[in-house]
Ligand binder design. Structure first.
Ligand SMILES: CC(C)(COP(=O)(O)OP(=O)(O)OC[C@H]1O[C@@H](n2cnc3c(N)ncnc32)[C@H](O)[C@@H]1OP(=O)(O)O)[C@@H](O)C(=O)NCCC(=O)NCCS
Length: 415
């Protein structure tokens, strides 16, 4: 019989075997590599927000996954969101629905815990899209010369941050989170990992003693260059206001003599407004005279797991100020307990679950609905693509206002 349960520390070796065989690219090959991995995972599994699960047939572990109890900023609310990572199936047991069983278990686990939403980084977007996960906002990879950054903040004083600045850094991140959409709260072990990373430099900008912004970067060898030429990999850029941002960018600009280019991967799709020269150095022209400014990738995906509870979670959100009675028909073939017909009563933008007759009926799949609800896509686009069924085309503008994306969701947490 197949069971799924949290694994114990003395079962870590088996979890490591399955994980390493599933992800050979992790290059955990020697005994010492495995011991290091075991030591690290033994610590992680004791973090209160992390749960390691195994799939067992009898006594044999045949699949593993990691679940995370994240708190995510979803529109105006901080909500419990279940994260999934480290999904791996024993090579001998693929195509036996082990992964499907794990994902269903994970969705149900967080539904029971009271979450309305889950999130993951897919090894293949199509695999999880079929399971009802919707696309998040794309990642942009910018590559620019340091002197393309604004010079306004070059004179500002910045300094390295150390573990002593941990609370200030956490507070600065939290203020950024409060102003944005989609960010996940930093847990103590994530903060530890940041300060333990010896290759990362953390630079902060203070105003009257208060930390107003920070960035995290590391150097990387520039491809094909000699050892004196390096690039800067900018990992994180957090700021309270434009003054803090310009100060941090001023610091980066001053590295022009040492760094060939700055590589910045961000969901900020308008970052090029900050650059004198937004071209990414590839020299590529697209469709005639369009200069390649960044490349893009799809990553984080979201999934609503409790379409009824969602409206209570979003109780503080103003759905475009509209007043409307909308019947929402959701298909969810992978997690049918979530599928169904929901009557949403919207009064001056406040949405609650109700019953009775509707002014308009809207049908769609759970994956697109999930992208819509987090603000990753506009209703108008989904309608243009024929991905929704609206009973009255004349109501499209009102429904579009209801789903207005506002701030796109960003995620700065790797899991
Ligand atoms: C990728 C991996 C996890 C897949 O594991 P697996 O156990 O072989 O996958 P499953 O057998 O559960 O396949 C998924 C099933 O879900 C089913 N499924 C997907 N969406 C569905 C839906 N909406 N409704 C019903 N079933 C659905 C699929 O049809 C498939 O079943 P089928 O093969 O009978 O068609 C595994 O190959 C692996 O460990 N790979 C290496 C590591 C890796 O890449 N991990 C992923 C990290 S995120």
């Amino acid at each position: 019989m197949r069971t799924i349960r949290e694994i114990h520390e003395d079962e870590l070796d088996e979890l490591i075997r399955i994980t390493v065989e599933a992800f050979p690219g992790m290059k955990v090959e020697s005994r010492a590599d495995r011991d290091r991995m075991r030591e690290r995972l033994a610590k992680v599994m004791n973090e209160p927000i992390v749960h390691f699960f195994g799939v067992f047939e009898g006594a044999a572990m045949i699949g593993v996954m990691r679940c995370y109890d994240f708190t995510m900023k979803l529109r105006e609310t901080r909500a419990l969101v279940g994260g999934l990572g480290g999904v791996a199936v024993d090579l001998r047991h693929k195509k036996e629905h082990v992964a499907a069983d794990m994902v269903r278990f994970y969705l149900d686990y967080y539904r029971q815990k009271g979450a309305a939403l889950t999130a993951l980084y897919p090894f293949r977007p199509d695999f999880y899209h079929r399971m009802g996960f919707g696309y998040g906002v794309k990642m942009n990879r910018y590559s620019f010369r340091p002197d393309a950054l604004p010079a306004a903040g070059v004179g500002a004083v910045v300094d390295y941050l150390t573990a002593d600045d941990r609370d200030d850094l956490a507070a600065c991140y939290d203020r950024f989170l409060a102003r944005t959409n989609g960010l996940i709260e930093l847990s103590p072990h994530m903060l530890d990992a940041l300060f333990d990373d010896t290759s990362a430099r953390i630079v902060g900008y203070r105003q009257n003693g208060a930390l107003r912004g920070y960035l995290v970067f590391r150097f990387e060898a520039a491809p094909g260059e000699n050892w004196l030429t390096n690039n800067i990999q900018l990992r994180t850029l957090i700021y309270d206001d434009a003054a803090a941002l310009l100060a941090l960018l001023g610091f980066l600009r001053k590295q022009a003599d040492q760094a060939g280019r700055i590589i910045y991967e961000t969901q900020d799709e308008t970052f090029h407004y900050l650059l004198d020269d937004p071209r990414d150095g590839s020299g590529n022209l697209l469709a005639g005279l369009w200069h390649q400014a960044n490349t893009q990738g799809l990553g984080i995906m979201y999934r609503v797991i409790d379409a009824a509870r969602l409206w209570a979670v979003l109780g503080d959100h103003d759905f475009g100020g509209v007043t409307l009675r909308m019947r929402l028909d959701l298909t969810d073939t992978f997690f049918p307990e979530n599928a169904g017909s929901y009557l949403i009563n919207v009064s001056e933008g406040r949405a609650t679950l109700g019953s009775g007759t509707a002014d308009v009926e809207l049908g769609m799949d759970i994956a697109d609905f999930s992208s819509l609800v987090v603000g990753a896509v506009d209703f108008e686009r989904l309608q243009a693509y024929g991905r929704v069924n609206l009973s009255d085309a004349g109501m499209a503008n009102v429904v579009n206002r209801f789903f207005a994306a506002g701030r796109r969701p960003w995620c700065l947490t790797h899991f």
